[in-house]
Design a protein around this ligand. Sequence first.
Ligand SMILES: Cc1cc2nc3c(=O)[nH]c(=O)nc-3n(C[C@H](O)[C@H](O)[C@H](O)COP(=O)(O)O)c2cc1C
Length: 103
Amino acid sequence: MILYFTGTGNSRHVANQIAKVTGEQIEDIAIYLRQNDIGHYHSDRPYVFVGPVYAGRYPRVMTDYIRKAEFTGSRQAYFVATCAETPWITAKYAKRLAEKKRF
Ligand SMILES: Cc1cc2nc3c(=O)[nH]c(=O)nc-3n(C[C@H](O)[C@H](O)[C@H](O)COP(=O)(O)O)c2cc1C
């Protein structure tokens, strides 16, 4: 399952490309955020999170959502970030988030 968050569309584009190749279900986190839906997901295949780097890391609204949502099934996850050229602490924070979520 692919969950993406995007500001200007780049991460949606990347998520769509991953979905095209893998055939995975794709979800826009913003839709759930607007509905105040905490989110309960089940996938037997790895989760893929795609989002932008803003000021050196994933947007807080995206990571807060992932932190609160429930993910059952697969304990494998990929974190994909789109950025200009300076991802800074994105990987470190993604790793920390993955550990918190027991991925
Ligand atoms: C407010 C803002 C902050 C950004 N900060 C960074 C950054 O710290 N490092 C970087 O490499 N790119 C940065 N970028 C570029 C974005 O990460 C890049 O354009 C990304 O692909 C945008 O994804 P999106 O279209 O899914 O929102 C920033 C862009 C914006 C608008």
